[in-house]
Ligand binder design. Structure first.
Ligand SMILES: [Mn+2]
Length: 238
């Protein structure tokens, strides 16, 4: 029987139109993993460290998924954004995932909010809003066109774990964020930027952690984006 690499996909715990407490992870992560030959499992959002650690120990790798904004109090700032809805339970869960993966050396592929979580978990900070604080035009990183469509270029530092997945050439990626990396966390390096200098890829120096600010799981109709998942899964130890 085929042996699959089991990928623990972090849960988006929050509310939708039916419930205050539900699991409403966006589509894409699970199908991208499955199409790349992995076995995706969504890991329930919990405050229970032992349960989460036991869950992660069963996985071959962890996909840290996207979602809403992190609470700026995580890096010691007051929130300055109107209509911000904190999700402290998910913030705690995501921080705990990174902590556990560091403790046991479990590989992470982080996407969008996941990249930002990784940076904050390593002691870095975020811009709460790149339009407000960096002056980058509103639409450039928060596209209005369909998500399968690339809107900005990302150039990768060659010879890195990240470029081994993303390839040699720059990618034209989608973009759905208004927070972005400000101070880089200690032990992380920036491995990809858009032309306006925004951090679009990172990795850890001493851990098998790679991170993208864009959403490759929504662009898998293009070979190079599907390839990110296929190549990452091939790096995982069975
Ligand atoms: Mn972007």
């Amino acid at each position: 029987m085929k042996r699959y690499s089991i990928i623990g996909v972090s849960d988006n715990y929050g509310k939708d139109e039916h419930s205050e407490r539900c699991h409403n992870i966006k589509p894409g992560y699970v199908t991208a993993i499955a199409e790349a030959g992995g076995l995706p499992l969504i890991m329930p959002c919990t405050d229970d460290y032992e349960l989460l650690r036991a869950t992660i120990e069963e996985m071959h790798g962890v996909l840290l998924s996207g979602g809403g904004d992190l609470n700026p109090k995580l890096w010691g700032e007051e929130n300055a954004i109107q209509n911000f809805v904190p999700n402290d339970k998910r913030d705690r869960y995501d921080m705990m995932i990174v902590q556990i993966c560091r403790e046991i050396g479990k590989p992470i592929l982080a996407i969008c909010r996941g990249l930002q979580c990784l940076n904050v978990a390593f002691g870095g900070t975020l811009y709460q809003d790149i339009y407000k604080y960096v002056g980058i035009p509103e639409d450039r990183h928060n596209q209005k066109v369909p998500t399968e469509q690339g809107v900005h270029r990302v150039t990768f530092v060659q010879g890195t774990k990240t470029s081994a997945l993303a390839g040699k050439e720059p990618l034209i990626t989608n973009s759905h964020h208004h927070q972005a990396v400000n101070r880089v966390g200690e032990g992380l390096t920036v491995t990809g930027r858009s032309d306006d200098g925004v951090v679009e890829a990172m990795e850890a120096v001493d851990y098998p952690f790679v991170a993208f600010q864009f959403h490759p799981e929504r662009m898998t109709a293009k070979r190079e984006f599907a390839g990110i998942f296929e190549k990452w899964i091939r790096t995982l130890k069975q």
